[in-house]
Design a protein around this ligand. Structure first.
Ligand SMILES: N[C@@H](CCC(=O)N[C@@H](CS)C(=O)NCC(=O)O)C(=O)O
Length: 209
């Protein structure tokens, strides 16, 4: 089994943090998105979408999408549970993972990919040869900041995002917010519940993954 990964890339990091929390060690193959290695034929033969992360199982089959890969490992090694145990906690964690992907990850990627010259004609991840649309960057920042306000209100008095314990929702949000900061979207100082939660997450050893 191998994980196609790129150190520093935010979606692969979600899987690395998840594996660290589960104490699972697997082979990792580095693919450099910045020099377009993910769009070359060797990698496209593994994942025709040209995106990372990708998990290749021992039978050669592949799983992409960070959350789907994490769910595979949740099944293989259920402890500690990171996608919930009860019907309710599973549903709530899934809901938050999807919200964080849609309201933080995707709009942050829109900011980076529609402004940075390195992503000229690569405004959508993978093999899509798509021109940049600068207006999407402005919309992306607004969407992330609106989400931060909502998340801050939600976190007031809560230790974790989606359940009584640390979950895949916390991992997804930590990676999304660190990515947004890298792109230049800071957490506004008045959002103290979000900042406190973030500081606690950063103390977990898995945050270094
Ligand atoms: N929804 C996907 C997003 C995957 C994605 O966009 N990955 C980025 C790296 S963080 C990528 O592969 N980019 C390829 C490119 O820029 O061409 C997931 O959760 O895995």
């Amino acid at each position: 089994m191998k994980l196609f990964d790129m150190a520093g890339a935010p979606n692969p990091r979600r899987v690395r943090v998840f594996l660290a929390e589960k104490d699972i060690d697997i082979e990792k193959v580095q693919i450099d998105i910045m020099n377009g290695e993910n769009l070359k034929s060797d990698y496209l033969a593994i994942n025709p979408r040209g995106v990372l992360p990708t998990l290749q199982l021992d039978d050669g089959s592949i799983v992409d999408e960070a959350s789907a890969i994490c769910r595979y490992f949740e099944e293989v090694k259920p402890e500690p549970p990171l996608y919930g145990e009860s019907a309710k906690s599973k549903a709530v964690i899934e809901s938050w993972v999807r919200q964080i992907e849609g309201d933080a990850f995707t709009p942050t990627a829109d900011v980076l990919r529609n402004t940075n010259p390195a992503f000229e004609n690569r405004s959508i991840p993978g093999t899509n040869n798509t021109a940049q649309v600068p207006a999407l960057a402005e919309r992306g920042t607004d969407r992330v900041l609106a989400f931060y306000k909502r998340l801050d209100r939600h976190l007031a008095g809560s230790k974790y995002i989606a359940s009584d314990s640390f979950s895949a929702a916390d991992i997804t949000a930590m990676c999304a917010i660190d990515f947004a900061e890298f792109v230049g979207i800071a957490v506004p100082s008045e959002l103290t519940s979000l900042a406190d939660w973030r500081a606690r997450m950063a103390l977990r050893p898995s945050a270094q993954a």
